[in-house]
Write a new protein. Structure first.
Length: 215
């Protein structure tokens, strides 16, 4: 399949559901997890059959929406558009789990995609997973947006853990309230070096990637 199936919008469109009527997303518990697996270790990623791949992302110029004000002729979009479910990243370089924390990007305002697929095992390093609430914890220096199974979980005016949480703040996305062995999760992390309007003289860093379990 092609690397992306994105069809860029050509005109503005209202959301299909009024934002404030959208159901809230589940919130990860504040209590300590009963079990944690570190995805930035070879053993931890192997538990879920995870193979990480990565690729630099760029902002590209494209036509403005047709109903924009007349002085705006062009705008910008992200390439590749790699949050989609089934995105073909097979040609991307493999990133060993132990090298997720390496500096990436050229500094300043830069962007990078990390992708992997997770398959829930019956046991995760001695922990029986069936029925447990499962949370993905990710921390990217400086910001991140996190897609799961082709969706970027978000709701206007509501807690939206898949979107930017703050400067070097962790994301905690509930993958499943009651996970079952064999469940699949396609994860795409869009890493952003920032602040964008004060482009820094440093790089992108993946600081944390863990699976937390709760009972």
């Amino acid at each position: 399949m092609p690397a992306t199936t994105r069809i860029r919008p050509t005109a503005s469109a209202l959301p299909t559901t009024p934002p404030l009527l959208a159901p809230p997303h589940p919130v990860a518990p504040l209590m300590p997890p009963v079990h944690v697996v570190d995805l930035m270790t070879a053993a931890g990623s192997a538990v879920f059959g995870a193979q990480w791949r990565g690729m630099e992302a760029k902002l590209v110029e494209c036509p403005a929406l047709t109903d924009s004000m007349p002085e705006f002729k062009t705008t910008y979009d992200v390439e590749p558009y790699a949050g989609e479910s089934g995105f073909d990243d097979s040609a991307w370089p493999v990133i060993p789990a132990t090298e997720l924390g390496a500096r990436r990007g050229g500094g300043m305002a830069s962007f990078f995609w990390y992708r992997t697929k997770l398959t829930m095992p019956a046991e995760a390093q001695g922990f029986a997973t069936a029925g447990a609430m499962t949370v993905l914890r990710v921390n990217v220096d400086d910001y991140a947006e996190i897609w799961v199974n082709g969706e970027l979980p978000r709701a206007a005016g509501r807690t939206s853990p898949g979107t930017i949480q703050g400067f070097n703040m962790p994301h905690r996305l509930v993958l499943s309230r009651t996970v079952a062995p064999g469940d699949h999760f396609e994860v795409a992390v869009f890493a952003i070096n920032g602040p964008i309007s004060a482009a820094p003289a440093n790089f992108l860093w993946f600081r944390e990637a863990k699976i937390e379990f709760f009972r």
